[in-house]
Design a protein around this ligand. Structure first.
Ligand code: ADP
Length: 458
């Protein structure tokens, strides 16, 4: 392109110079003729010679331009193809997903590192054939798009590891009327499949959990209508069991609704300023009658406050309530529960305060705090609740917070609670970008600790 422009410009200048030279000479001859220095025959001859020379020069320039032009034309498409290839390489390399371009002859023109990794190709090697992908389904789709055009999406399994599923989109790259190459872009279906499986598992678990008390209630009703119809003395016992099962179903439904409400609002950052100290004190006050009824002492050591933070008040209350009610549930009569809470000058300091080591205890981090980039995290709050209950076996600690996971069920003991309390706590802490950990020594007790940024500006 640059060469083309140079020749045109040079020729234009040459023509201009010749025209000036010829007009100057003709003018000089006219002056000589007028002054009588030259006769008219000599002047006419000289003018004709000059005009002829200028004409011949111009013809020469046009001819030389014709000679150069084909050379310029043949170079231009090749350089533009090289530019196109370079642009393709840059775009494909910039893509995070595995991507590649395959030409009509079945050559792998360009592929990025992700594609090299999943198809086990040597990185950046030119001249490979598409056959080296060793995936017949993908090659069939490529051939189809090369011959018919358009785009095809195919599912590829076990590309790198067994069980992995990729979606490959093969799209035509057209030049003129023909498909010159195809673009293949792959998407990992793993996360989507895992989310689908988690949803299906959750539905199956929730239905199972609800069906168990329902089966029990309908069983007792059948007994009361049939075999025990006349056994009125046994009825109050049956009614008590049915009332328990009904309460369990109510708790389950309420926890499931809480969980779905929190999940729905999880992407919205909290916006209201609340007092953490006030929230903790309110929950302690509300639970005091339960503690007294169980004969458990609540020993509270908290900062006087206020401890302002941006949070969803109802959610933070639910966290404290769930942890405290678990501690109460697993505490024996006459034992103590220790609650410590306060503010800190940073999230790290809050984590340190919440997780002061309990010597000999096993610890599992259930959730890591996720400070928001650009937000003010100069202050943070923390809480730790320690009971003297049965404790939790080290092997089960990391599983706490999984929906419907109960240590009692794994131990084969009586199943109490919904198994959703800690899952709710974990979701709420994630919503507040906080951290959560558990420590325990079997037969000595459990300690749940949490910490979260006091101000989250988004
Ligand atoms: P649940 O409603 O069953 O209490 P959670 O999600 O709150 O559900 O707790 C899950 C399991 O973790 C419980 O079933 C129990 O086995 C165990 N767990 C929770 N808190 C404690 C605690 N303070 N002491 C001993 N075990 C606990």
């Amino acid at each position: 392109m640059a060469i083309d422009t140079d020749y045109t410009e040079i020729n234009r200048r040459r023509r201009r110079d010749i025209a000036i030279l010829a007009s100057g000479s003709i003018l000089l001859l006219l002056v000589l003729w007028v002054t009588g220095a030259l006769g008219w025959i000599e002047c006419l001859t000289a003018v004709l010679l000059i005009a002829g020379g200028a004409f011949a020069y111009n013809v020469g320039i046009v001819a030389s331009a014709r000679v150069h032009r084909p050379a310029i034309r043949t170079r231009s498409p090749r350089s533009s193809r090289a530019n196109q290839h370079q642009a393709q390489q840059m775009i494909i390399a910039a893509l995070q997903q595995p991507a590649m371009v395959i030409d009509a002859a079945g050559g792998l023109v360009v592929y990025n590192l992700s594609a090299a990794e999943i198809f086990n190709l040597p990185a950046g090697r030119a001249g490979l054939s598409a056959a080296s992908l060793r995936h017949p389904e993908l090659l069939t789709s490529v051939e189809r798009v090369l011959s018919e055009g358009g785009s095809v999406t195919c599912e590829l399994s076990a590309v790198r590891q067994p069980g992995q599923v990729w979606l490959a989109k093969v799209t035509e790259l057209v030049s003129g009327d023909t498909v010159r190459a195809v673009l293949v872009v792959m998407t990992d279906q793993g996360p989507v499949r895992r989310a689908e499986k988690a949803r299906a598992d959750f539905l199956a678990n929730a239905s199972h959990e609800l069906r168990t008390p329902l089966t029990s209630i309908s069983g007792f009703l059948e007994t009361m209508q049939g075999a025990a119809r006349e056994d009125r003395e046994a009825w109050p016992r049956f009614v008590d069991i049915m009332a328990d099962q009904t309460a369990h179903m109510r708790d389950l439904i309420s926890d499931l609704l809480s969980l779905s409400r929190i999940e729905l609002s999880e992407h919205k950052a909290p916006t209201t300023e609340v007092d953490f100290a006030n929230i903790v004190n309110e929950v302690i006050e509300a639970m005091m009658p339960v503690a007294e009824a169980r004969g458990v002492a609540l020993c509270v050591e908290g900062e006087a406050g206020p401890l302002p933070m941006v949070a969803v008040e109802g959610e933070v209350k639910q966290v404290v309530q769930n942890l405290l009610s678990n501690a109460l549930k697993y505490s024996a009569e006459g034992s103590e529960i220790h609650l410590h809470f306060g503010g800190a000058t940073s999230l790290d300091a809050a984590e340190d305060a919440a997780s002061r080591t309990w010597s000999g205890a096993s610890r599992a981090a259930l959730l890591l705090a996720r400070p928001t980039i650009g937000a003010q995290h100069s202050r943070a709050v923390w809480l730790r609740i320690r009971d003297h209950g049965p404790g939790i076996d080290e092997a089960f600690l990391p599983r706490l917070g999984e929906r419907f996971f109960r240590v009692d069920a794994s131990r084969g003991g009586p199943v109490e609670g919904t198994g959703l309390g800690l899952a709710i706590v974990k979701h709420i802490m994630a919503h507040h970008r906080g951290g959560l950990a558990v420590e325990s020594i079997p037969d000595e007790g459990s300690l749940f600790s949490l910490w979260m940024p006091a101000l989250v500006l988004e």
